[in-house]
Design a protein around this ligand. Structure first.
Ligand code: 26V
Length: 801
């Protein structure tokens, strides 16, 4: 049906008519989208079946990637590209007077994630399928993904996101594969043939119904599966009406929202329910499949690898133990060998507030059998520690899985898995030497690094077709399969014809973003100004505020001297703040207040513009990265585990202004100091400063005139009629001693920004730097990352049918 455009048109028109029973002229873009989506599903169904058959027959090892987030974005165009039919469809549509990009716009983003961790999971699925690796995702089918952000009067408002409102063309509901999950109740022990057995009584049962989404590899016949679980009532019998309503509500709440508010116990219970719901349904499904294929459960870990993405799915450890002991009748020791052999874990942050801990008072009643098992794991582990460190109570208390009334999920992950990886070299070193040093001492063989990556198929080929063509016309197309071949571009870094074309491509992408900005914000920006962009979750450690302080300072300089020779700049922000994160929301308000003031000030002759783009998400990001000149990666050194936005900017030819943090360090090592703008303290200096109790930020306020002026403007109502509006921000910088060292790094940041300004004026040199960045970005393809996971952690091999 996609062999050529005539076939495509015929099939499409037939299907459209059959589905909607109305003439072509009356069909809407939505009808077109649905029809094309169903055609793609039909087209891949054979390969989907064959891939699963192959995995069943072959008996090779498979990996299951468990993640509380999958930030997929839109799938239509991405699938067309991976299937190699994008051109046929685009041209066929053009003949019919349909613009493919209009049809693309119909699709809602699948926003089942909050940031880097979730988007990484989506990139990994794409690489697994493309590399023909037997790897599948397991997640939750949230009814509402990450909230939709509205900016009203400069403040963030959150609306429920509605990605399922028009149905989901990519998913297949499989009621026959549903499984039941048990909560609450109590555990009873009894003797069976001289063996102690456990059963879970009076439990409340919830049904998990799988919804499968095909994951289509690029130029490959592999179609893997992303299985998303929906929570539904198990049975409504034997309950009175009021109970039914309550039970139904509580059940459906499990897959209703991503990250429900956990400020109160009710929210905490719901989050823990979600986590157990994900791992229990996934493991039951994995084991059911395993048993259809293999006889001996003792070989489980030889054929199955289970990866837990951060601590959210760590209950996979006690859940696998439960199934192996209670259902399969294995001994503790056999079950432990299998469990630790199967499970591997990635850490994505060292921020203490993100390290999950659950109060026993919540945990034990909700998951009584799982709690018992964790308790046993903890006791055995503490005994092991006692043997190594007899009498060292302090150490044992620090390392215990259960301590001070809390269950520590990261400790459970470290003890119950065979591999623990960080996501960039520096992050892994910090885990080994600092955050997890005590565990590294006893389990050195478990720790390893896997520097993150991004799929160049979405973040370059799909989102930046013009740059893609330029690259392929210049160095051929092998880089698509082997991204390290982008290095061939180095030979063109002084080729004036190449550089000119590169400049044209960037200019066109900037023009497009300028149009988006005008349409959404009503702000006219100069596409010849430097597009300086910071897009990422809003968090204090990411230091959006440092960027804003510097913008205010630049504005002050221009007010003092309107003819100051600076290169015009457009500062663009995109960020969502977690709904309960008051401080982050204040920063959003500040960005908007500064934007309002600067954008309407005629005296600075349009030299500065500030834009806050509402509702930052994958589909918007695809328009942003290709248009960037400068990428802001300015986290407090040691705090950003890796970053992946940094890589998306790099592969699109933006230059990084960054601290020596996360993967920025590896980017610097690849491109060299002359092709990146590094500033600020390094991780060792930051960690040393923390050790010594921080610094006196007020001294910087008193001694640096620039900082003094900017902070005073935050205090005196310069940006707001409400004089107290930004008090929490001023307090964080002065009273609370500036935990993230913005004032300490300010001077260095301002200097490097001046260097950017100068560098941009030498167009040829700037483009040379862009070329080096693109050429070296192949290293950050998630194909490289996934190959490392496959070889060094999962021990899985590619299979082709
Ligand atoms: C964050 C949040 C924030 C909203 C409320 C719930 C919640 C739960 C967990 C977390 C932890 C997020 C961890 C995370 O996303 N880490 C990011 O992982 C990226 C992929 O490895 C990495 O590039 C980023 O540096 C790291 O911050």
């Amino acid at each position: 049906m996609f062999s050529n455009k005539e076939n495509f048109k015929t099939y499409f028109l037939q299907k459209l008519e059959m589905t909607y029973g109305k003439p072509f002229e009356d069909c809407t873009n939505s009808d077109h989208f649905q029809t094309l989506g169903h055609m793609i599903r039909e087209y891949v169904s054979g390969d989907w079946i064959n891939t699963n058959e192959l995995y069943r027959r072959n008996k090779g090892k498979q990996v299951y990637y468990l993640s509380i987030e999958f930030l997929l974005g839109r799938l239509l165009h991405h699938n067309l590209i991976n299937l190699g039919i994008d051109k046929v469809v685009e041209e066929g549509f053009a003949d019919l007077g349909i613009d493919l990009s209009d049809i693309e716009e119909i699709e809602c983003d699948a926003g089942l994630g909050n940031g880097g961790l979730g988007r990484l999971a989506a990139c990994f699925l794409d690489s697994l399928a493309t590399l023909n690796l037997p790897g599948h995702g397991f997640g939750i089918r949230y009814k509402h993904g990450l909230f939709e952000q509205k900016i009203v009067d400069g403040y963030q408002l959150e609306l429920p996101e509605q990605w399922l409102r028009h149905g989901q063309v990519w998913e297949v509901r499989k009621e026959d594969l549903a499984v039941d999950i048990s909560f609450w109740g109590h555990v009873d022990s009894y003797d069976k043939d001289g063996k102690l057995q456990f059963r879970h009584l009076n439990a409340e049962t919830v049904t998990a119904v799988p919804h499968d989404i095909p994951v289509i590899g690029y130029n490959s016949s592999t179609v893997n599966t992303l299985r998303l679980w929906n929570a539904e009532p198990a049975s409504l019998l034997a309950k009175d009406v009021a109970d039914i309503m309550k039970y139904k509500r509580e059940t459906e709440a499990i897959s209703e929202f991503l990250y429900p508010d956990d400020a109160h116990d009710e929210g905490k219970i719901l989050r823990l329910k979600q986590q157990y719901f994900l791992v229990s349904s996934s493991l039951q499904s994995i084991i059911k499949d395993y048993k259809q294929q293999y006889k001996d459960i003792k070989d489980f870990h030889e054929h199955v690898s289970i990866h837990v993405n951060d601590t959210h799915p760590v209950l996979a450890i006690p859940e696998l133990m439960r199934i192996l002991i209670d259902k399969e009748g294995l001994s503790w020791n056999d079950a432990w060998t299998i469990t630790t052999g199967a499970i591997s874990y990635t850490n994505h942050t060292t921020l203490s507030e993100a390290l999950e801990k659950w109060p026993i008072s919540i945990f034990q009643p909700l998951l009584p059998r799982i709690y018992m098992i964790i308790n046993e794991i903890n006791e055995r582990f503490c005994q092991q520690l006692w043997d190594i460190y007899p009498g060292d109570f302090n150490r044992i208390e620090n390392m215990a899985i259960i301590a001070h009334g809390m269950v520590k999920m990261a400790h459970l992950a470290l003890v119950g898995s065979h591999s623990v990886n960080g996501v960039a070299e520096i992050h892994t070193e910090i885990l080994k030497k600092r955050e997890m040093a005590e565990f590294y001492q006893i389990f050195p063989e478990k720790f390893n690094n896997k520097t993150n990556g991004i799929t160049h198929r979405r973040w370059l080929i799909k989102s930046n077709p013009k740059l893609t063509s330029l690259i392929s016309n210049t160095i051929g197309t092998e880089w698509i399969e082997t991204p390290s071949n982008l290095e061939k571009l180095l030979a063109y870094k002084q080729d004036s014809s190449f550089l000119e074309q590169l400049s044209t491509v960037k200019q066109e992408n900037k023009q497009k973003l300028a149009t988006i900005i005008k349409d959404s914000n009503g702000i006219i920006v100069d596409p010849h100004s430097i597009f300086d962009i910071q897009v990422k979750r809003l968090h204090a450690y990411k230091r959006q505020l440092l960027n804003v302080l510097h913008i205010i300072h630049l504005y002050n300089r221009l007010k003092e001297n309107p003819s100051l020779p600076i290169t015009p700049r457009t500062f663009v922000f995109g960020a969502k703040a977690s709904p309960g994160y008051y401080y982050a929301k204040k920063i959003i308000k500040l960005i908007n207040a500064v934007a309002e003031k600067i954008n309407q000030d005629k005296t600075i002759e349009d030299k500065l513009k500030v834009v806050f783009l509402e509702n930052y998400r994958v589909s918007l990001a695809e328009h942003i990265f290709p248009a960037a000149d400068v990428s802001e990666q300015i986290s407090t050194a040691s705090k950003e585990a890796s970053g992946t936005g940094n890589m998306k900017f790099m592969i699109n030819g933006a230059l990084t202004v960054g601290t020596l943090d996360g993967a920025n360090i590896e980017m610097r090592d690849l491109v060299g100091d002359e092709n990146i703008f590094i500033f600020g303290m390094n991780p060792d200096q930051v960690l040393e400063l923390y050790k010594n109790g921080g610094y006196k930020s007020a001294e910087y306020y008193h001694h640096d005139k620039r900082i003094h002026q900017v902070i005073d403007q935050l205090k005196n109502g310069f940006f707001s009629t409400n004089i107290n509006e930004f008090e929490p921000i001023v307090d964080s910088l002065l009273t609370e001693n500036d935990q993230y060292f913005l004032l300490k790094d300010f001077h260095s940041y301002a200097s490097v920004q001046e260097a950017v300004d100068k560098a941009y004026q030498d167009k040829q040199k700037w483009l040379e730097k862009c070329t080096v960045n693109i050429a070296k970005a192949g290293h950050f393809s998630s194909d490289r990352t996934i190959k490392e996971y496959a070889e060094e952690i999962w021990n899985i091999k590619g299979l082709v049918h």
